[in-house]
Design a protein around this ligand. Sequence first.
Ligand code: CS2
Ligand code: MG
Length: 408
Amino acid sequence: MKITDAKVFVGGPGKNYVTLKIMTDQGVYGLGDATLNNRETLPAAYLQDYLIPNLIGMDPRRSEDIWQFFYRGAYFRRGPIAMAAFGAIDMALWDIKGKLAGMPVYDLLGGKSRDSALVYAHATGADLEDLCDSVAKVLERGYKAVRVQCGIPDMPTASYAVPEASGTDGDFITDFSGIRPKIEIWDTDRYMRFMPQALATVRDRFGPDLTLLHDVHHRLTPREAAAFAKEVEPVGLYWLEDPTPAEDQDALRLVRQHSTTPIAIGEVFNSIWDCNRLIEQELIDFIRVAVAYAGGITHVRRIVDLAGLHNVRTGFHGAPSHSPISMAAQAHLNAWAPNFGIQEYLVLGTPACDALFPSGHRMTEGQFYVSDAPGLGVDFDEAEAKRYRYQPSSHPVVRLEDGTIWNY
Ligand code: CS2
Ligand code: MG
């Protein structure tokens, strides 16, 4: 069996999804997602210029060897662009494998460990009242778990994932449009004074059964993160996400020594080498890698297995930048993983997205039900894809009030 061709499409409703389609000499095709948020043309070029010319003629059933060929064979290993590019190849090969076997990918991984997977949505407000309205709306939609972000009083600009004005949250999604980044101003002291109290208010208002999460988005130093995590202990967060940037894996030890608040990290990681010490030294509770950024199912499965040995559960990244293809790949891992925790979920279900990526995956009452169709269970409508063009976009850049660049 041979791979005969592969095509890359860039575009989608409100997002530059990078979709890979791999064709074979037996008529079976596979789909993968190489969307690297706000840098989408780069994995697309890596696929087109380097990977696809090598892929043609390979046996698609040998997904492990193909993964190793592109990883070890590249000389310059790892990095988000390469890992997103051959992560998409890997997803497409698992899709093909499942179609050949007539089995959903979760069965190839070892079968279902649960009937459905708990997901969390986002609630956000310009101020605390606005945030509570947003939480109430999310709960009305059936969700049982919610990540809350809130505007900070007297902060010079809205901070991460927070609307400028109250009443504008809706399905609030960060505005990344334009090639020149928006500038956000950050003040750690104001955040540290306000946010623990805001989280406590949400807990009081919505009661102990709500699964509550908060994302610090890499804004604190390890000492500040330790103080914050300790202060919010009574709130009973499901997790505190990205309290510090985790390039320095050992820095998390300080947070751990001072608090029992569960810590989730990993949405920007692209290999097991970014998180092996965090996992082995049990410095985190949840691993947030995304199948799209971390080398596909083959590599993320290794991370999940390592995590399972150390009481670390999964909480895969699910921002709207992931197309329904990688969300499906994650849904299959979620159905199988013995150490599944929760899944961030925001994207599937809009009519435009469903038209481009028809699938039998379903979300209802805050639970994700994986499709039992062979392979990944998602298709791609090429005629529909012609409606979309690449739109340049950028992550905001953060500065302190004196101008110093900070972490987004
Ligand atoms: C966020 C992301 O979902 C999350 O937890 O941290 O929305 C993040 O800001 C974007 O994915 C950046 O690409
Ligand atoms: Mg995050």
